[in-house]
Design a protein around this ligand. Structure first.
Ligand code: NAX
Length: 322
């Protein structure tokens, strides 16, 4: 398995690479080659991580390449984890952020299109993740768009954890939760189809708690982490990245999870947007869970997040990135 990690010298890269090399992403029998892509300023950090990877003597790790050349990094790639992105500057307009990231995800899409293996799967972690995935897919016209996804599994895992605490159950007893929309402050964690130890969650919580406590806590958890540790989420982001790819490759069984995938128009989300949905992974492909009834509480919030995605899409389109 050829795995490329962009932004490999950053903090998520550091938390992620060892887990991949140890077998957590593909299981205990699949050897991996790692390609660490960085910009020149990040190469030294990535090279240092490569030394440590060597020192782990992982039985499954075959080869480690460190490079600042996207063409080399994505040649033959099976799984591309696009973590490196340009952070938002202080006071920077959203459109400038989208443009700056377009200059990263456009060329990465082009390099993936040119060199990736025919079964390539792409997961965008770098923010704004949904729209970065849209741009990368647009620059890779020969690769089916559904191979481009963005990470909302961290939001999903955070929501599961918060709900479990509130209801006094273990996280493994929460089922049927979903994140809808954008990986941003407009995301909507939906508990209306969830169960906790087999009981419908909607009978155990009220809308005041959902609107006033649960949803804001999940949406703002990233800020809570930054305030607490003085740096943004890294270990939990890496774990969610592992979870997303593991489920994509191995399947989810009957239960579902959350991932931002290309919309097919389900639930009124415009076709082509990269939007988070409740999803199952079946035969190596994400499928949107169908037939869920959405009440007014959910519909309003999903529509607001989708409106933000449409706005981002229109910005990158105006910039000539789509
Ligand atoms: P860091 O700043 O620690 O690392 C980013 C790395 O990317 C740097 O080493 C930088 O040199 C590299 N980089 C920049 N441009 C690059 C390019 N064109 N090619 C290759 N590498 C490049 O950030 P980190 O904490 O690792 O976070 C990475 C991204 O994940 C950020 O955009 C962050 O906002 C995003 N996150 C997304 C999450 C999600 O759930 N989707 C959650 C965690 C995280 O906030």
């Amino acid at each position: 398995m050829n795995v490329t990690v962009t932004g490999a010298g950053g903090q998520i890269g550091y938390a992620l690479l060892f887990r991949i090399a140890s077998g957590q992403m593909f299981g205990p029998t699949t050897p991996v080659n790692l390609r660490l892509l960085e910009i020149p300023a990040g190469l030294a950090a990535a090279a240092g991580t490569a030394l440590e990877l060597e020192d782990c003597a992982f039985p499954l790790l075959r080869d480690v390449m460190v490079t600042d050349d996207p063409t080399r990094a994505f040649d033959g790639v099976n799984v591309a984890l696009l973590v490196g992105s340009r952070p938002r500057g202080i006071g920077e307009e959203r459109v400038a952020l989208l443009e700056g990231n377009g200059r990263i995800f456009g060329p990465h899409g082009t390099a993936i299109n040119a060199g990736a293996a025919s079964d390539v799967r792409v997961l965008v972690v770098g923010n704004p993740a949904n729209t970065n995935a849209l741009v990368a897919a647009a620059f890779a016209p020969d690769i089916p768009a559904e191979r481009f996804t963005a990470l909302t599994r961290l939001d999903h895992n955070r929501a599961v954890a918060q709900l479990a605490v509130r209801l006094g159950v273990h996280v493994s007893e929460i089922d049927g939760l979903a994140i809808w929309g954008n990986h941003s402050a407009t995301q909507y964690p939906d508990v209306f189809h969830a169960t906790a130890a087999g009981r419908p969650v909607r009978e155990l919580v009220d809308e005041d708690w959902l609107a006033g406590t649960f949803i804001p806590r999940v949406e703002k958890r990233g800020y809570e982490i930054i305030t607490a540790r003085g740096a943004s989420s890294a270990g939990s982001a890496a774990e969610a990245t592992i979870d997303h790819v593991y489920d994509w490759v191995h399947g989810t069984g009957s239960s579902w999870t959350s991932a931002a995938i290309v919309s097919d128009g389900s639930y009124g989300v415009p076709e082509g947007l990269v939007c988070s949905f409740p999803v199952r992974s079946v035969d190596g492909q994400w499928q949107i869970v169908q037939g869920l009834e959405l009440n007014a509480f959910s519909r309003t919030r999903i529509d607001a997040s989708v409106a933000e995605l449409i706005e981002e899409r229109d910005h990158v389109r105006a910039l000539g990135l789509l």
